[in-house]
Design a protein around this ligand. Structure first.
Ligand code: 5GP
Ligand code: ZN
Length: 116
């Protein structure tokens, strides 16, 4: 499995640092965000390191890409009341702070639009 030694979310994938996991399989790990922005705030990460969505779509096979999306939907359905929100931040303008692709799944409250 291709992981990056220094990457925070790779360390969670390798179980080197603890996380409150809600789902794990060959392709994805999902765990609760340390600083939740909603009653449920889960991060879904591919088990192979890709810094950004654009890197991931260039390198991941269809199965891995499909599982990344289906896991986000699974978490949203599991924890959402009447819907949920999936967010991916990329780069400085997107507000990305951890450079391992992750989908934020936010649920359990009504979301407003536009985001900040
Ligand atoms: P980004 O800003 O890159 O889209 O999102 C990174 C997210 O990772 C933030 O919501 C932040 O709270 C979360 N985060 C940062 N460090 C950790 C950590 O060590 N564990 C967990 N569970 N979440 C983290
Ligand atoms: Zn990583």
């Amino acid at each position: 499995m291709a992981t990056d030694d220094a990457c925070l979310f790779c360390k969670i994938v390798r179980r080197e640092i603890p996380a409150d996991e809600v789902l794990r399989d060959e392709h994805v790990v999902a765990f609760r965000d340390l600083n939740p922005q909603a009653p449920t705030h889960v991060l879904v990460v591919p088990t192979e390191h890709a810094a950004h969505l654009s890197d991931f779509v260039a390198s991941a096979g269809g199965d891995r890409a499909a599982r990344f999306l289906s896991a986000a939907s699974e978490i949203g359905r599991r924890f959402g009341r009447d819907g949920y929100r999936v967010v991916m931040n990329e780069g400085p303008d997107g507000g990305q702070t951890v450079h391992h692709l992750h989908a934020h799944v936010l649920a359990g409250r009504h979301m407003t639009w536009p985001p900040g």
